[in-house]
Design a protein. Sequence first.
Lengths: 183, 984
Amino acid sequence: MSEPVSALQGKSHQGFVTVAEAGPTGMITIRGDLAGKPLARALKAQGLPVPEARRIEQVAGRSIAWMNPDELLLICAHDAAPDLTATLAQALAGEHALVANVSDARALFTIRGGKADQVVMKLSPADIASLPMGEIRRTRIAQVAGSFWRSGPEEITLISFRSVAGYVMGLLEVSARPGSELF
Amino acid sequence: MSTRLAKGGRLIDRAKPLNFTFNGKPMRGFAGDTLASALLGAGQVMVGRSFKYHRPRGIVASGAEEPNALVGLGRNARFEPDQRTTTTELFEGAETRSQNHWPSLDFDIGEINDRLYKFFPAGFYYKTFMAPRAAWKHLFEPIIRKSAGLGGVPKEADPDRYEQAYAHCDVLVAGGGVAGLAAALREGRAGKRVWLVEQSAHWGGRTPVDDGQIDGVEAEDWIAAALEELESLANVTMRTRFMAAGLYDHGYVIGYESVADATPGDGRPRHRLWRIRAGLTITATGAIERPLAFAGNDVPGVMLASAVRDYIVNWAVSPGDRTVIVTNNDDAYRTALALLDAGLTVPTIVDAREETHGALPQEVKARGVRVLEGRGIARVLGRSRVTGVEICAQAGEGGAVETIACDCVAMSGGWSPVVHLWSHCGGKLIWDEPRAMFRPDPSRPPTGADGAAMATVAGAANGDLTLAETMAGFGIGACSHDEAALAPVWMMPAGATDALRYKAFLDFQNDVKVSDVQLAAREGYTSVEHTKRYTTLGMATDQGKLSNINGLAVLSDALGQPIPATGTTTFRPPYTPISLGAITGEARGDLFQPLRRTPIQSWHEAQGAHWEPVGHWRRPYCYPRKGESHSDAVGREITNTRKNVGMLDASTLGKIVVKGPDAGRFLDMLYTNMMSTLPVGKCRYGLMCNENGFLMDDGVVARLSEDMWLCHTTSGGADRIHGWMEDWLQCEWWDWKVYVANLTEQFAQIAVVGPKARALLERLGGMDVSKEALPFMHWAEGKLGDFDARIFRISFSGELSYEIAVPASQGLALWETLMAEGEALGVMPYGTEALHVMRAEKGFIMIGDETDGTVIPQDLGLSWAISKKKADFLGKRAQERSHMTDPNRWKLVGLETLDGSVIPDGSHAPAEGYNANGQRNTQGRVTSTYYSPTIGKGIALGLVLNGPDRMGEVIEFTGEGETQIKARIVETCFYDKEGEKQDV
């Protein structure tokens, strides 16, 4: 196995906040009955809860996010994703569920700084000001799909598809240019 | 002569002088000036010429309603025409140029139009340019194009940045006058999330210029206190230089913010377009004073009365030494007080009303000003500058009773509430007869999704024209001068002669006069919308802010009907023009569109690939070597692939996983052929049609496990097909147990193609890729060298071919490994054009070439891929319709040119005779056409009438120009008809 290569290999940019591609990150899509016991059991075995609607829960370096009424996204270390995918698929064998490793289909960005919200305000129609910690928004980043959540007191983490990572980085760079602060 | 007064000016900072130029002439103003106040302060009264008659024009207003004083601002790449001087803030080094004249502002050839005004009536274009027909194209249009339009066009790309931002609030208050401040205070104190926006750079609106007390203190003190409290409220956001430009459905408001207009080139975004979701919009947008329609009301020096006092009080600019005021209301007397306070002369006030007893007229009279009652202005004297006025009886025809020398005329025809924002999304108006104005009808507001009002109105925008009325709306006491009723005056004098009407302007920017609207009425234009278009009333960049009410009043009078029966034209956003840059936002240059990149893109770039757009992807079309043409490169890539081994980046191919107990049944509905019977480990080519039976996508499906399939789609179709699947699962077959996931970007996919493909894979080792272990149309998973790979033995070229999928993070490494290992085998990358030619040589169809949304699989000889056993699939019933089973539908055949040349793309095969439209009949068309280096001649696929029954027949296709190309109808497969090469 070669060293995994993320879309932008950790590229970063310093504006009125710091924007950076986070490098290879593990992501697993889980589709199934979110109210069902089998899924709760499979996740519990990994120390993870089934998140409520719109929630993202962080447990011991992993996060699990509610993506829609029958879909979750598990975020973990990149090298842990293949085995974790297999383990969860095994745990849900016989159930109507789909577990897929999507680590390489995505790019993950962090926006760090006191005015991180303002960068997102320029790109997404979501109401970031009323976004609490622990909630994820699936929305639009200018012309592409994206989702984001507050990953720290002055930090937002944002996910896009891998093929448009360069476009998203360009958007973040332009939106974070000094002098263009909204407030 | 206008001039700067020695003292005063609440908005200017005399300690900060600013230099600027007007038509190259150096001038000086102060920080806080607008371009208009700076020009007037520098003595420049005439600032441009009018659109149609090229009449000299000056500054009329002091705000967004200004029709005349537009200038070209800046130079070269930062030049911008039609900048409204009354709302543009002065900045150091501003370069301004007047518009609509040649060769100069003072001497203009086009002024001849003014002498010929009788030849340019309303509808002049429509009447004059009817015939002869050819003259339109060759004579009339070129001349009109040359003389039409306001201002010049910038010739260079805009170097400035623009951006957009989104905001959400409970209440948006549009307008930062006293009504807006009071509304924001009320909502802010109630804990609402409030945005308070003001289009100018200053809070308080025009109240500080006029008189009054609010809540027992001077208005200015009340404003200062209100601002202080608002600023202390964390839930209130306040922005100046921020126009609420438009109100749309669902409480969507477009805001237009000037960020760096006054500091060009400082790197900040010049404008910002805000996209706001507001629970409620309060329109506190104020009112606009109406001009009066008298002859010569457009001569430089004739201004709105409110603007005259604005210039004096706000910017310490005197528009003239001797100002005659002409009015039909009490409010204009405030201008007399401001003039007198500034030490200027008011020779006369001409009041159209028979009697004036109000508090303001009394106060003015007490200060010794002569007030003429029941009088009007017959005509203004002077051409490029007011020199005097002729006074007449308002009730008469304009016979002068007196001439008064003056250099400024302050006119007031009453006030019109700014109802634009209220009206944009359906808010209705009522006619307020006593005040002669349209104002918002509170019972018919613009409504939201719940049917409730999404906008309310406050202050002057609601017709509450006095301070007391405005503040009463908020339960706050206020007082100012009582005002007596106005007398509606739509034409001055009431019986003005034709000669006077010809020079009485309604729309200053589009040069529409009283005579034009009356002519339109006589010619049968009874609808206000028709009259607008016929006369161009209100159609200029100011959208008739000054002209509309006067215009429709004149029209109503001419039609002999009350004003509300005529109604208004439609108020459309934006309120004032907004820059295209702001609408574009960040979407320019590299960010114009998202470009999708495969994990191997950087390698293609380093090789100097020539690109082909495929959806939002850029795929290598070919990899030209030094000195090699693109067609030579394509030929080399094909020949090498067919002889040795080639590699294609197929990562863009759609890869959608479909899993669940009902997945097989689901795929049987989506594809025309059977997918449920596909054994695990095998691949099958499939077709997808829409409900109308038309072919819309194709690809190879692999069965991964008992309940899981992987569907390959076209590169451009992946997202669409994923959405198509979800649509059926969520909306129609919601009870079927199927999950889908779009894994297109999870995998890099590399096609290794050619007789030496197996040898190349064997060099990596780890997986048995022999014919026995991995036969044609099978797939296998394993470790290929160091790589976790899934290998599909499928072929789109007719050669021995493997498509290898690895996680995207490994894609570039696998590609480079294969290139290195393949060097000894002669491996070369190939692009999409080689792919296209090789598939055409095999007669394989391409979605988008052989299909165009009107083609069914049966047209393409693909009946073998349509299940006869299945009870149903999407498109099945449609394909049984009579037109779909018509034997005369054109069918796919191969075409071989007799002379070896290539038939041009899109060629048709003409048939005998002509159709009902006089067009030549056709019997076929080319869908794909290439030079085949393998066959050594031009080959094509095409749809031909009864094609498959006409094998060997030669038909003609249109070539370049008038030439015809003879082509023989052959089978669609040109190469390795038995398919031996792909199955070795």
